[in-house]
Design a protein around this ligand. Structure first.
Ligand SMILES: [Zn+2]
Length: 285
């Protein structure tokens, strides 16, 4: 069996300022954890090339893209994204994360199976603005790329992060052949929810049983839809020890969730796994 490729670059951590209110070391620490798997033949670590402007334009307005690239976003727009203070490394980091996602997509298109990007899942980014630590929406970019460049006719975006995939839902709202599914905390960020094709808003304190029931229902929708590719936002902030997740899912419950997703995928259905963003400090504006 071919090892599962995982895209990673040290800029995923280093591209965020040390003084930003964000647990930036999570990427580096996860990479170190994966050392245990090194040499087992289960995974291989790949390094991304930065995405190009045209790739961003697949899902975003030109004005927003160009103002980000030229460093001329307004201070309010920057605050809404967060991760300040932005250093010179922040722009290349942003492009590298999108690069990792599109390379993972290209890989599963060619070889099938599962590929992952060890950052991203930037589901709060909208067409013309970023939000909640998300500059550009890697899920929306990959969904549109999958359809328009690679010819997939049925694409499912499964978002199991505790925060609703509002940007993804909005960008992909009227797109033919693409469905969006979000299982999330109804009282959590974003406080104004968008409309996915299928939403499963869960009350605070839901726990394993209710959470896994919603996951099961979302997988039944996917099975009915019979997608040719699944884009999986695999955020784990529904875990009980996540300070602001509020869904109280146990580690066992989370393991079961992941097993459910992967065993439900037909072995021939390619899947791109997005690590998911963690919102430690919800912003209100
Ligand atoms: Zn989240």
């Amino acid at each position: 069996m071919r090892p599962m490729p995982v895209w990673y670059h040290e800029t995923y951590t280093e591209g965020i300022s040390r003084s930003a209110r964000f647990p930036r070391d999570r990427y580096r620490m996860l990479r170190e954890r994966l050392n245990d798997l090194h040499g087992t033949g289960l995974i291989c670590i790949e390094s991304p090339e930065p995405a190009v402007r045209d790739t961003l334009l697949i899902a975003h307005e030109q004005d927003y893209v160009d103002r980000f690239l030229s460093g001329s976003l307004g201070s309010k727009e920057v605050r809404r994204i967060g991760l300040e203070p932005w250093t010179d490394a922040f722009l290349p980091r942003t492009m590298m994360i999108i690069g990792g996602a599109v390379e993972a997509l290209a890989h599963v298109t060619r070889f099938g199976g599962i590929a992952a990007n060890m950052a991203g899942g930037t589901h709060h980014s909208h067409r013309s603005f970023g939000s909640g630590y998300c500059v550009f929406n890697d899920l929306a970019i990959c969904a549109l790329l999958a359809r328009d460049e690679y010819g997939y006719e049925r694409i499912a975006v499964l978002d199991l992060d505790v925060h609703q995939g509002d940007g993804t839902a909005t960008i992909l709202e009227d797109e033919e052949g693409i469905i969006t599914i979000s299982v999330h905390g109804e009282k959590n960020f974003p406080f104004r929810k968008a409309k996915s094709d299928y939403d499963f808003p869960l009350p605070n304190g839901t726990g394993d049983e209710g959470y896994l029931r919603a996951v099961e229902e979302s997988l039944a929708i996917i099975e009915d839809f019979s997608p040719e590719i699944v884009l999986f936002q695999a955020g784990v902030d529904a875990l009980e020890f996540d300070a602001l997740g509020n869904l109280n899912v146990s580690e066992d419950g989370m393991r079961i969730r992941n097993d459910m997703v992967f065993s439900s995928l037909d072995r021939r259905t390619p899947c791109v796994l997005f690590m998911g963003t963690k919102l430690d400090t919800p912003q209100r504006y």
